[in-house]
Design a binder for this molecule. Structure first.
Ligand code: PRE
Length: 360
């Protein structure tokens, strides 16, 4: 006979009490781990251990919980345990409601201290100066290409990449009413304006497009003038009391942005191999025929796949370029180490930007 709602809820309450006791047992263990780490001065955040925990639980999961729910739940549990060991401060392009904030929370879980910054430069500065332990910056969008300022900052910074996170980006048109009538100005970050240009050409061809420092800043300004609209996330819309005048206006339905998680090597060394890793490099080659071709040869010879190849002007006054290269694997794998050593020997400039687990 089917049980009634009241008795099922009694059982759910009992299960929750057990869960609470077990979660507190786990939190107390994390506290002890925190004391150990403080004594030996080792990093609190260990992404490869967190990946191991989640992968192990997903493999052991008998259901009916779905594997992705297991990952979401334990990411939050470990975020809370980590915060007990020591609060983790994370810098990103603010204000509240930016996609960078969303990326930070997706990567670290919600138990972090937020350090919203006014520019990518300030994010790097905060993580270099110690105002934050970590920074999260966008590096690439699948329809608009690379975020050039982030790449330039990575080149010259002591910070290295320790993780990445890929976010599905949905841009909404936000304003004080839910119609498209009377919009004179659309405010957003230049990347968002570019990602929505087809929609804007079609639906608001006469509106001025005004670039601002972030989409959330555009939303904040849109709340001050009924003839203005912003392009931003739903979160930013609710933060500033705006209506969604048009949903998902990005030209590419599968608009994704990849964010890099950066920190000083003193905060966290390169994560150990997780089984699905990537090495990001920036190199320059001598200005002679065939030099770019030559740097790809060691990768082929050692069977290492390249997943990204971007060029940026070196600003030397000559026609010289930096090449941003991602390769699959981890330097602890002999064929990867051999390919990188051969590649380095051919380069006028060679810098490892980071070694880290790839995200889905
Ligand atoms: O195993 C550790 O090193 C811990 O600090 C514990 C724990 C966890 O909650 O499982 C918390 C933070 C780390 O990032 C990894 C794992």
């Amino acid at each position: 006979m089917a049980r009634d709602l009241a008795s099922l809820r009694v059982e759910i309450d009992a299960a929750d009490r057990e869960l609470l006791a077990i979660l507190n047992r786990r939190a107390a263990l994390a506290n002890e781990v925190g004391e150990l780490k403080r004594a030996e001065g080792s990093p609190v955040f260990r992404p490869e251990r967190e990946a191991q925990v989640i992968n192990g639980l997903q493999a052991a999961n008998p259901g009916p919980l779905k594997a992705e729910n297991v990952a979401t739940i334990w990411r939050e549990i470990m975020s809370a345990c980590r915060a007990l060991e020591a609060p983790q401060r994370v810098a990103y392009l603010g204000p509240v409601g930016t996609f960078s904030e969303q990326a930070a929370v997706q990567f670290f879980g919600s138990s972090i201290e937020h350090v919203p910054c006014v520019s990518f430069d300030e994010v790097f500065h905060a993580a270099t100066a110690g105002t934050a332990q970590f920074g999260v910056v966008p590096v690439e969008n699948n329809s608009e290409g690379v975020v050039t300022r982030s790449l330039d900052l990575l080149l010259n910074s002591p910070l290295h990449i320790v993780g990445e996170i890929s976010l599905l980006i949905r841009h909404h048109l936000l304003r004080s009413s839910n119609s498209l009538e009377g919009i004179e100005v659309v405010l957003a970050h230049p990347q968002a304006l570019a990602q929505c240009q087809g929609w804007l050409n079609k639906h608001l061809p006469k509106a001025e497009r005004r670039a601002v420092s972030s989409n959330a800043e555009g939303a904040r300004l849109a709340a001050t003038n009924p003839a203005w609209a912003g392009i931003a996330s739903e979160r930013a819309g609710s933060e500033f009391g705006l209506h969604v005048a048009a949903h998902a206006i990005q030209d590419d339905a599968f608009n994704r942005t990849r964010f890099a998680v950066v920190c000083l090597p003193q905060v966290l060394q390169a994560p150990q191999a997780s089984g699905r890793d990537c090495v990001s490099l920036v190199v320059s080659v001598p200005n002679k025929p065939g030099a770019v071709h030559d740097i790809l040869v060691p990768l082929k010879r050692h069977g290492v796949s390249m997943t990204r190849f971007e060029s940026r002007p070196a600003r030397s006054g000559q026609w010289e370029y930096y090449f941003y290269i991602d390769v699959q694997g981890h330097p602890s794998q002999p064929h990867v180490a051999a390919a990188l050593a051969d590649l380095q020997s051919l380069c006028a400039f060679y810098k490892v930007l980071g070694t880290y687990p790839v995200s889905d």
